[in-house]
Design a binder for this molecule. Structure first.
Ligand SMILES: Nc1nc2c(ncn2[C@@H]2O[C@H](COP(=O)(O)OP(=O)(O)OP(=O)(O)O)[C@@H](O)[C@H]2O)c(=O)[nH]1
Ligand SMILES: [Mg+2]
Length: 233
């Protein structure tokens, strides 16, 4: 008689007629290397988060909205309002007389640089009367592009000061406007009193590839200078 430790005695006939136990299911085998289901071993340390917040800043009319619109892979959000006579005494249109609208809150766009770097772009408003928004916009920002307008280079000082004071890494992108003086990047560095490590590059805010090159330069700059990304976020 088969051994059974249950309290009910088991008769010989019951044992004889009992169905054979179902064969035990084979134990799951680990997936073969390279097949679906295997978690690939991390090849490099996870130093950067997936989503990076980047500001696109600069003086009034420097090309911030144009830059965000050119590089964004989604329809950019913009908050443009017409410039009217009401702002005539407040807005300095010297050098940007052709401007008909202005950003009153922010621009927003997104670009995937590579599988590990998705940038969320926030364009700042350029006019002084909206600068109070910059502090809100820079919350959680990891880096910034300061667009320098070659027609009014001095308008970039405030943006440079803003990011220097907050310890936010930035690059200066010299947006070359038609007919304006062509600066050498080192001239711009000297004029703005920039640290030797801050990249200064030439760009055209209207051209996507130029904007993307600027953003790649920014990410590379941040990777080499930001030691603790977690602390910056
Ligand atoms: N020629 C030329 N024009 C540009 C360039 N970038 C921007 N513009 C033009 O300059 C004008 C102003 O650009 P915006 O992108 O509105 O500038 P902004 O910095 O967002 O302006 P605010 O938000 O008002 O401070 C637009 O008509 C653009 O087409 C450039 O690189 N070259
Ligand atoms: Mg704008």
């Amino acid at each position: 008689m088969a051994y059974d430790d249950s309290s009910e005695p088991v008769s010989a006939s019951a044992v004889d007629t009992a169905p054979a136990p179902a064969p035990r299911a084979p134990a799951p085998r680990p997936p073969e290397p390279g097949t679906a289901g295997e978690r690939p071993a991390p090849t490099e340390p996870e130093v950067f988060p997936q989503a990076l917040k980047v500001l696109v800043a600069g003086g009034f009319g420097a090309g911030k909205t144009t830059f965000v619109g050119a590089v964004s892979e989604i329809a950019p959000l913009s908050t443009e309002e017409l410039l009217t006579q009401v702002g005539a005494g407040l807005d300095d249109l010297t050098g940007v007389e052709a401007k008909t609208s202005t950003t009153v809150a922010m621009d927003f766009g997104r670009i995937t640089l590579d599988p590990r770097h998705v940038l969320y772009l926030f364009g700042t408003p350029g006019q002084e009367r909206f600068w109070f928004l910059w502090d809100e916009l820079c919350e959680g920002a990891l880096g910034a592009v300061v667009l320098a307008d070659t027609r009014r280079l001095e308008q970039s000082f405030s943006a440079v000061d803003f990011f220097e004071q907050r310890g936010i890494g930035f690059v200066v992108a010299v947006n070359e406007f038609d007919g304006s003086y062509r600066y050498d990047p080192e001239e711009v560095r000297a004029a703005l009193g920039l640290d030797g490590r801050v990249p200064v590059i030439l760009c055209d805010a209207r051209i996507a590839s130029s904007g993307i090159r600027t953003l790649v330069t920014l990410v590379q700059h941040l990777l080499t200078t930001v030691t603790s990304v977690g602390a910056a976020l």
